[in-house]
Design a protein around this ligand. Sequence first.
Ligand SMILES: Nc1ncnc2c1ncn2[C@@H]1O[C@H](COP(=O)(O)OP(=O)(O)O)[C@@H](O)[C@H]1O
Ligand SMILES: [Mg+2]
Length: 367
Amino acid sequence: MGAPVKDAAYLDPATRKGLAEAWGLSPHAAFTPLGHGLINRTLLVTDGAHRRVLQRLNTHVFRDPALVMRNCRVVTAHLGRERAAGRYHYSVLELVPTRGGQPAAVLAGDSWWRMYDQVPDARTHDVASTPALALEAGRGFGAFARALASLDPAQVGAVIPHFHDPSARFEAFRTALAADRAGRAAAAARECDAALGFAEVLTGWKALLDARLPWRITHNDCKLNNLLFDASQRAICVVDLDTVMPGSLLFDFGDMARSMLSPAPEDATDLDAIAVRPEYFAALAQGYSDGCGTLLTPLERDHLAFAARLITGVVGLRFLTDHLDGDRYFRVTHAGQNLERARNQFTLLAALTAQAESLQARVPGPA
Ligand SMILES: Nc1ncnc2c1ncn2[C@@H]1O[C@H](COP(=O)(O)OP(=O)(O)O)[C@@H](O)[C@H]1O
Ligand SMILES: [Mg+2]
């Protein structure tokens, strides 16, 4: 007889017991996998009338899980107050504390688990299939940033320092290229040339910092599937708060643009399929402008097309750096996949650069 197959919801008996004790679950609690997140492990727990979302934090990515949980608590409490005051019109994630009143349960010394109420009747979209979805996403993440503008920035810590920092990512790439630890630089010469061309974008970025680009509390992982939608494709709740930390609105808008403007996903290898859909950019910019309202300064508004180039370049640099380092961060299913992903991102960056002016012209003025 073979060993029993472990399904995606499998929990070893000790973990199950630890979770049941921490949250007072009944012996009938059922666990099923939820969503397509890439970072944490997410399970739906059904126990009597309760439906809750249980997540194991990825402590390789989040080295300070206590800080992540503190941020989540501060952010959800603040959003809850904004909602109660009628200034935020989306649902807010509700943390379910353990029976001991803690925001997370730490099992076997190092496995961090936390629980949220499930937002009922919600669904996620992995790709933007219509401009209307991009508009809703822009509105939802924009309103989120606006609601957090009234939170004291000192309350939220940097969970991954320099996560989107373009200068730090460029330096890391140059270091990896010089070290060439996996002996892959020669065969990646074309992509490395494209990456070195990022220096021009970096000059623009440094000029923005000199011009005192505002530093705010931002989401930092504005993927479409980090927004819950209802059945009529209305955004209802921002999720995945683990990367909320100080940053620029350009990081959030840029990442949305990077992931929604092209019909091809970031690991597509058919470069001809990679394109910038201007109507998606226009919808996203309109939504973000609506959602952010008066928060968006002229400097930020004038650089939304630039933001798309900035973050697409940063992500391209990260894939290429990881390829040169021997695939230590991004999981690959075949040799060379991180090089393919880098090529994809630099192709998108070239398309964004070619259209930069016409895209920026589609950004609406202040309301
Ligand atoms: N409170 C919730 N209610 C309903 N669905 C949720 C909730 N939290 C997360 N999900 C679903 O689980 C998926 C993964 O959760 P997420 O927090 O984004 O984890 P990851 O960091 O792994 O991306 C989400 O994309 C969403 O589909
Ligand atoms: Mg997620």
